[in-house]
Design a protein around this ligand. Structure first.
Ligand SMILES: C[S@@+](CC[C@H](N)C(=O)[O-])C[C@H]1O[C@@H](n2cnc3c(N)ncnc32)[C@H](O)[C@@H]1O
Length: 229
């Protein structure tokens, strides 16, 4: 039985597989890592939620050479892939199994930055709001939260346009979408995306400022917010 967000029954298929079904996956990661105000020289403490196979984690640790990260995920299979990928970063990467928002974050004023990619949309609306509240607590004053994720359009015709775009993207990789999903035992049955406008509002209500969307491609968006200094 798969857990929310595992996508593939076999986690070793995740890295090649996700590029085939998420358009502009690397660009989404880039937009996340271009958003925080910190620069390469700063010793930043980062929390990553839903780190999966550690793909964004590795890019973060490379982009910010003085950073350390607590990488959280509830999937044993995904974390096993992350352990392998992040070994080269030594104790800069602390990889833990846990669930958000139940187990993480735990402490107050602990992180300069919280990042997450393609994971928060698995939570129902109320749990997203609980998470945003706890992130406002877990960040240091002036700290940033950045999420790159699936969003829901309020207009059904735009959902149709997005679905067609993804089908075309998968086709450009040489597959028909249904054939790909069946062949690789992939599924997204736990998806529960909310509208971008709602999520931005919930961040404001959680006490964040500078709440802003920085990138969007159809139903994928990157948005961020700052805890007041
Ligand atoms: C689609 S993957 C994204 C992985 C990675 N962030 C990336 O950009 O490729 C979603 C990840 O979030 C994890 N996940 C989803 N919901 C979670 C939750 N509530 N607590 C912990 N991990 C969760 C899944 O196990 C999975 O590894």
């Amino acid at each position: 039985m798969k857990k929310p967000g595992e996508v593939f029954a076999d986690s070793s298929l995740y890295d090649p597989g996700i590029e085939a079904i998420v358009p502009r996956y690397d660009e989404l990661h880039d937009a996340i890592l271009n958003s925080p105000p910190q620069d390469r020289t700063e010793e930043i403490r980062v929390l990553e939620l839903g780190a999966g196979t550690g793909e964004l984690t590795a890019k973060l640790l490379t982009r910010f050479p003085e950073s350390t990260v607590l990488a959280v995920d509830h999937s044993e299979g995904m974390l096993a892939e992350a352990e392998r990928k992040l070994e080269t970063f030594g104790d800069r990467a602390d990889i833990v199994q846990g669930t958000f928002p139940d187990d993480y974050p735990t402490a107050s004023d602990e992180f300069d930055l919280v990042i997450t990619s393609l994971a928060v949309h698995h939570l129902p609306s109320a749990e997203k709001r609980t998470l945003f509240d706890s992130l406002a607590d877990a960040l240091v004053p002036g700290g940033w939260f950045v999420n790159g994720d699936v969003i829901r359009f309020d207009a059904s015709h735009l959902e149709t346009v997005s679905s067609a775009m993804i089908a075309n993207w998968v086709r450009s990789k040489g597959w028909e979408e249904e054939e790909f999903m069946n062949r690789w035992q992939a599924s997204d049955e736990f998806d529960d995306p909310d509208a971008l406008t709602d999520q931005l509002l919930w961040l404001r209500e959680a006490g964040f400022e500078s709440v802003t969307s920085v990138w969007q491609y159809y139903n994928f968006a990157v948005y961020g917010a700052r805890k007041p200094a």
